[in-house]
Design a protein. Structure first.
Length: 171
């Protein structure tokens, strides 16, 4: 090794200077590392941790968003089914109401027809009775004129009764 040192010494290389430069370089490198690179590396690590935390948070939020979307879809599906059920019940209720009203209306119409028929029958009987009385009166009047004599009330009643009986037989 002495030969190497003497060879370098002959070339003008001073080992002491190289050694002092190496020590100075080590001190400067240590100072730069402790006061320059270390804070920068610390800041980079903090930022990396913040970025990782942000990415984890974003993944969690994406999962929560997906869950919320699934829940929303399920709620919408349930709401749609419930709405369909309500609509079906409303249609059924409306149909039942319509049927009930149709039955009530048919009953009222039938009652009105029955009442109308009864009224018509009463009016027909009344008109028939009036007609019989009028015919009997006309028969008596005609008979009186034909016979040219005055009838007593008893004769008139007897003739009316017989005429009414004959009319009743023809009906």
């Amino acid at each position: 090794m002495d030969s190497i040192i003497s060879t370098f010494g002959n070339m003008g290389v001073d080992w002491r200077l190289i050694l002092m430069n190496a020590v100075n370089f080590g001190i400067v490198a240590a100072i730069i590392y402790y006061f320059g690179f270390r804070p920068v590396l610390k800041t980079m690590d903090e930022r990396r941790e913040k970025i990782d935390a942000g990415l984890k948070y974003a993944e969690e939020m994406k999962k929560k968003l997906d869950e919320a979307e699934l829940k929303q879809a399920e709620i919408l599906k349930n709401a749609s089914q419930e709405a369909q059920s309500i609509i079906a019940r409303a249609r059924t209720a409306a149909k039942e109401l319509e049927d009930r009203q149709m039955q009530e209306t048919a009953g009222r119409i039938e009652q009105m027809l029955k009442s109308g028929r009864e009224t018509i029958e009463l009016e027909r009987r009344k008109a028939f009775e009036e007609l019989k009385a009028e015919v009997a009166r006309l028969v008596v009047l005609t008979s009186t004129r034909v016979l040219a004599e005055e009838l007593t009330d008893a004769n008139r009643a007897s003739i009316n009764r017989r005429a009414a009986e004959e009319l009743a037989k023809t009906n």
